[in-house]
Design a protein around this ligand. Structure first.
Ligand SMILES: *Cc1c(COP(=O)(O)O)cnc(C)c1O
Length: 358
């Protein structure tokens, strides 16, 4: 890509945390900036940035690609990324989607189905046998693990192995937003495409919308770039720059938030007001069920520290009762999705337990 001010400085032996800090930086050298520059430009000479990208997008893409093990293409949001993937599918394609998964992507697939463009099949996230059977019958497996907001863990290894070894070879896409590229790298398990809502953990500061798709297949990488050009789902310069800055601290943010999340999950599980805790054992998301919608809304309304707000993955903890959204009305009414931030764990627990005890 023209104007890409970065070089491949990633050593194969480095861990994801180290890669997140060093990938996508300009060449070290006298006079070179330490960080990729913020370049707001629609044209680069005779080339147009919607088609060729910009040095800021390229730096961000290089860094995410180095973490996931493929070539990355950045988009305006997580939904813009899903739109670009949808743009690659032939009319009438059949897509298998988890019953519980991000409401926005499920909504987009339903919308396409209502217009005759797509046939959607819904599968329980943890019904691995049903996923393996679907791998022989559908054109696309859209996987998400852990799922938003139920935190179900799908058996990605088994499903991707079945998809790759059968005759049909459906396109396999993994929404890796909740695990983050540090938590798991699905391309290494055989996924064709990994997508992220960069808005969440990679950005990490609730100050941007951005998405990214990563693939190790050259044909798909070319198609995903072309889809961005065609659909105009291009990222903003500032957003790509901020997301790269956010990515630098993903490792420490995730490690710290995971420690706090596992402590909170343990204490929530021991509290008599909590019906069920959904915690996959690592990561910064904890969902838990209270008796009903009223109890859940009461908790949200009385917290002093944790924001009752949508979205997730920021340095500040946020909580939301998801069943209030039309797209998530099928999740338990008392289910709360807690995104654990970087506050003092004891402050967070005092905030939650004061209301639960009352
Ligand atoms: C938020 C989210 C998306 C959509 O991303 P946007 O950046 O909001 O467009 C997709 N998948 C998951 C799992 C999400 O949490």
């Amino acid at each position: 890509m023209r104007g890409a001010a970065t070089v491949g400085r990633v050593n194969e032996s480095w861990s994801a945390r180290t890669r997140a800090i060093l990938a996508g930086r300009p060449d070290a050298g006298d006079g070179n900036p330490a960080n990729a520059p913020l370049v707001p430009a629609s044209a680069l000479g005779l080339e147009y940035s919607r088609e060729v990208g910009t040095p800021t997008w390229a730096a961000f893409e290089e860094a995410v690609g180095a973490l996931e093990g493929g070539t990355a293409t950045a988009y305006a949001s997580g939904m813009a990324t899903a739109t670009a993937v949808l743009d690659l599918l032939p009319a009438g394609a059949t897509i298998a989607v988890p019953v519980y998964s991000y409401a926005g992507t499920r909504g987009a697939f339903d919308h396409a189905q209502e217009r005759g463009k797509l046939t959607v099949r819904r599968i329980e996230p943890t019904d691995t046998d049903a996923w393996i059977a679907a791998a022989g019958e559908v054109d696309v497996l859209w996987l998400e693990s852990p799922t938003n907001p139920t935190l179900d863990v799908m058996d990605l290894d088994a499903i991707l192995r079945a998809a790759g070894s059968g005759d049909r070879k459906p396109l396999t896409v993994v929404d890796n937003t909740f695990a983050t590229p540090i938590g798991q790298q699905p391309l290494g398990m055989g996924a064709d495409v990994v997508v992220h809502s960069v808005t969440k953990f990679i950005g990490g500061h609730s100050d941007l919308l951005l998405g990214v798709a990563v693939t190790a297949r050259d044909d798909l990488s070319t198609s995903l770039r072309e889809a961005r050009t065609r659909t105009g789902t291009t990222p903003g310069a500032l957003e790509a720059w901020l997301a790269l800055r956010g990515l630098r601290t993903l490792g420490v943010r995730l490690a710290e938030a995971s420690k706090t999340a596992s402590l909170l999950a343990e204490r929530l599980a021991a509290h008599p007001a909590v019906v069920r805790v959904r915690y996959p054992g690592s990561g910064a998301m904890v969902s838990f069920d209270l008796a009903d919608a009223d109890a859940a809304e009461r908790l949200c309304a009385n917290l002093k520290l944790i924001h009752n707000a949508t979205s997730l993955g920021g340095v500040e903890s946020t909580i939301e009762r998801r069943a209030h959204l039309p797209g998530d009305s099928h999740v338990p009414a008392g289910l709360l999705r807690l995104s654990v931030g970087l506050e003092d764990p004891e402050d967070l627990w005092r905030d939650v337990s004061a209301v639960l005890d009352g």
